[in-house]
Design a protein around this ligand. Structure first.
Ligand SMILES: Nc1ncnc2c1ncn2[C@@H]1O[C@H](COP(=O)(O)OP(=O)(O)O)[C@@H](O)[C@H]1O
Ligand SMILES: [Mg+2]
Length: 272
């Protein structure tokens, strides 16, 4: 199947992907202003059903703000996101039942154990007790923490807490899962478990938005990648399309990997 897609820098509207997948998520011209600061400056992209879409960018690029608008946590200054054609702005409750978010900061009740956390979040989604039990078992096995479900969250390492954070985001079987830097500060074993979980979800047909600044993760996982900087998407495409980029004006050579391309596009200025 053909995967033709315009490569673009400094985008206004981007249409992605023409690889035969139906569109699942359409982000249209999202803008977010905090006071005088425009954190997201008109971001548009499309995610096909069942794909893993990587959103990369240095700190402060606007990744979390974009995700927070996509999931209905932050109201956009302008623009919108539709999931299966339904707007998160006009029908938030309908959309929220079908999406899950793993936030950048761990959002768990530390006084509750994992089982109780899952049960609590399942109740918020209106799940019946029996369904909550069976789904909690399933997602705890998924993230490899079923045997430790009764231990307080405070006993858990950062990596384990991240995995429970993921389990919570999946409790209601979302068709679209957004993950905001889920591997920051986790040990290699937890990272592998997170990758395995993402790959299992993909195999089940779940659509995933994955945010990271680890290039090797995006190279390994993502069908399509968007690189964001200073509120804009500055490049978008498949890995192959991105690596084929040659910026004639700046006489940049074909980059050897995503890391090199990322630095070519975003520069070497330290961000924090
Ligand atoms: N609630 C907020 N109030 C003011 N500025 C914010 C807020 N959230 C984010 N920002 C600013 O918006 C920009 C983008 O932040 P963010 O979306 O968190 O970037 P990223 O996730 O790519 O690191 C940054 O300059 C950040 O300081
Ligand atoms: Mg962030």
């Amino acid at each position: 199947m053909q995967d033709s897609m315009a490569f673009s820098t400094k985008t206004d509207s981007i249409h992605l992907p023409k690889d035969g997948r139906p569109v699942h998520v359409q982000v249209s011209n999202l803008v977010k202003t905090f006071g005088k600061h425009e954190a997201v400056k008109g971001v548009s992209f499309t995610i096909g059903k069942g794909e893993i879409f990587g959103l990369l960018g240095p700190n402060g690029a606007g990744k979390s703000t974009t995700i927070n608008m996509m999931c209905g946590y932050l109201a956009p200054t302008s623009g919108d996101t539709t999931i299966d054609g339904v707007s998160i702005t006009s029908e938030p409750l309908k959309v929220k039942r079908t999406i899950g978010v793993v936030p950048q900061e761990i959002a768990l009740y530390k006084d509750l154990n994992s089982w109780e956390n899952l049960d609590f979040f399942g109740q918020i989604y209106g799940m019946a007790a029996k369904e909550r039990r069976s789904r909690s078992e399933e997602v705890l096995h998924f993230v490899g923490l079923y045997d430790r479900r009764k231990e307080p969250i405070t006993n858990f390492s950062g990596g384990m807490q991240r995995r429970i954070n993921m389990a919570v985001a999946m409790i209601h079987q979302p068709a679209f899962l957004m993950m905001d830097e889920p591997t920051v500060g986790v040990d290699p074993q937890s990272r592998e478990n997170i990758f395995d979980t993402i790959e299992k979800l993909r195999d089940q047909g779940v659509t995933i938005l994955y945010t990271t600044h680890y290039m090797e993760e995006a190279e390994r996982l993502c069908n399509h990648i968007a690189i964001m900087d200073e509120g804009h998407i500055i490049a978008i495409g498949t890995l192959e399309q991105l690596l084929a980029l040659r910026d004639q004006n700046r006489e940049v050579q074909r980059p050897h990997g995503l890391q090199e391309l990322f630095i070519q596009l975003t520069g070497k200025t330290l961000r924090d």
